[in-house]
Design a protein around this ligand. Sequence first.
Ligand code: SAM
Length: 237
Amino acid sequence: MFYYYGRKKQIVRHYPAPNYGVIIEPFAGAAAYSLYHNSLVSRVILIEKDVKVAAIWKWLIHEATARDIQSLPDLKPGERSTEFLHIIHAATKMAFAFKRIKVTPILARNWEISRRVFAKHLKDVKHWEIICGDYNQAPDIEATWFIDPPYRGEPGMGYRHSSAELDYAILAKWVQSRKGDIICCEGAGADYLPFRHLLELKGVAGKTSREMIFYRPGKKPSQPYLFEDISLSHQFV
Ligand SMILES: C[S@@+](CC[C@H](N)C(=O)[O-])C[C@H]1O[C@@H](n2cnc3c(N)ncnc32)[C@H](O)[C@@H]1O
């Protein structure tokens, strides 16, 4: 729904579609999976531990009106902002530590795109539910679980609640005890679940990153999910 470090917007179509009418994202971030599949489900439950990120969702779900969105300001390159919602549009992990940011041309462009997304989709998220808390506060119900934690180790650092805080052995047990579809995301080298290769992302300066997936459908999917092995040339935001 907004630019965010580690969001899945650009690759969301490569994950399996939900087989249930409820999606739960226990590591919500900008909730790209729920927005992409929103029309297929009747209920979306987000859990997010970062109070500032959860506050954005509370505002979008419970407070913001179309008029509020229309009156969100332009951001001009060179100006400074202390608004967290603006700062995360830098979409880098450093952004979580900033109290103030100088608007770059990229941030201004990202913000402009998000304002359009808010205007288009605000009405589509008004029935969503947001819980500000730990992933294990999610209701223990049958659902499609899209589980996208901070990736283990260095890639998952930077978030206010980062990979350093997570016990991945406990997370693995919790993931496997979910009822319904389980879709769990990770990066290269992840070994706490039997992850498989999903895709290779080519980023800037020839750097690539590998996306892994653990998928256990809760019931037979209407269309079988084929593990793809693909290379995508775009940045991970
Ligand atoms: C990789 S991001 C999720 C990105 C999301 N899938 C998207 O498309 O934008 C991981 C999120 O988990 C949150 N988080 C970290 N530890 C958490 C915990 N213990 N419980 C719930 N959320 C947590 C972080 O604040 C971050 O927003």
